[in-house]
Design a protein around this ligand. Structure first.
Ligand code: NAD
Ligand code: MLT
Length: 313
């Protein structure tokens, strides 16, 4: 007889749930997409919950989660889980910080190359029966300066790959030391130094009060003419209205967003611009990453339910 019920949401990799299924005292229930009201109605039955980014674990959900001991986020960002409410209710929140680093890194590099060479636009034309060789003059990455904001796991993995593409790197991250940056062959800069020199800018930090709208009107005004901007981190770090304005007037030559302030999002005015490309929050969507994060979070939930020391909180 199972002692613990674990609700798994958001299409978390089935194969990665084995650590949970291997425990006889744990029953795994796969949930379909639910509204907040629907989740509130059932959450009282569960001892643990696994989510990706679609399910919002709000204060109301915690208020009704009388048995809940742990919420696992199969990914890095825990911004869809209300951490204050979790703390108030004594619920542990765990994530999987490493499992999707390479996936998000490679997606960032793919976006940068796609921007530089107009690949999505050229594909779309060909599929519409148009062989347009003249419209898509690209730029090379070699010798260009990449401004990286946030030099953590993904930011530094992007830096290594960009160095292999012979780009110069300039980075801003107030929480890492000069020595750490130097060990990666990178010089740290202030934002005021980074914005005017970067040909490409990519952001890789969490969404916090400090990073929300960090790329706003004022930041775009400081940027180099013809800059290209990429966000595969979190919607809201770039102020979308300011980006639209600077793309429209031509200062920003291109932008690639994997994440939006409002998600899902198919009606952003940015989508009307030819030099804007986007993906629907696919940064972590590789088979490898989804297996990694599901296994990591499933193991952490087993540890938490069995009262063991959890490796990540
Ligand atoms: P990380 O914690 O390893 O690195 C984040 C870095 O941001 C840290 O070095 C930190 O010092 C820095 N930082 C914090 N505040 C900052 C500020 N105000 N200015 C500049 N730098 C600041 O995280 P990570 O694993 O590299 O993930 C980075 C981001 O990517 C997170 O927001 C994560 O949620 C997101 N992510 C998105 C996808 C996706 O599907 N698109 C996939 C994985 C991760
Ligand atoms: C993350 O923060 O890990 C990403 O948002 C990945 C995801 O989509 O789950």
């Amino acid at each position: 007889m199972a002692m613990y019920k674990v609700l798994v949401m958001d299409g978390v990799s089935e194969k990665g749930l084995e650590p949970l299924r291997n425990e006889s005292e744990i029953e795994v229930i796969i949930g379909n997409k639910m509204t907040e009201d629907e989740l509130v109605a059932v959450i009282g039955e569960y001892d643990a919950m696994v989510v990706r980014s679609a399910t919002k674990v709000t204060p109301r959900v915690f208020d009704h989660a009388s048995r809940l001991k742990v919420v696992g986020r199969a990914g890095v960002g825990v911004d869809n889980i209300d951490l204050n409410a979790a703390t108030q209710h004594g619920v542990l929140v765990v994530n999987a910080p490493d499992g999707n680093t390479i996936a998000a890194t490679e997606h960032t590099i793919a976006m940068m190359l796609a921007l530089a060479r107009n690949i999505p636009q050229a594909v779309a034309k060909m599929k519409n029966g148009v062989w347009d060789k003249k419209a898509f003059l690209g730029v090379e990455l070699r010798g260009k300066t990449l401004g990286i904001i946030g030099l953590g796991r993904i930011g530094s993995a992007v830096a290594r790959r960009a160095q292999a593409l012979e780009m110069d790197i300039v980075a801003y991250d107030p929480y890492i030391t000069e020595e750490k940056a130097e060990s990666m062959g990178i010089k740290l800069a202030t934002l005021e130094e980074l914005f005017p020199v970067a040909d490409f800018i990519t952001v890789h930090m969490p969404k916090t009060k400090e990073t929300y709208h960090m790329l706003d009107e004022r930041a775009f005004a400081m940027m180099k003419e013809g800059v290209r901007v990429i966000n595969c981190a979190r919607g809201g770090i770039i102020e979308e209205e300011a980006l639209y304005k600077y793309m429209k007037e031509g200062k920003v030559a291109g932008a690639a967003l994997d994440v939006f302030e409002k998600e899902p999002n198919t009606d952003s005015p940015l989508l009307e611009l030819n030099n804007f490309i986007a993906t629907p929050h696919l940064g972590a969507s590789t088979a490898e990453a989804q297996l990694n994060v599901a296994v990591d979070v499933a193991e952490e939930i087993v540890e938490a339910l069995q009262g063991k020391v959890v490796r990540n909180t």
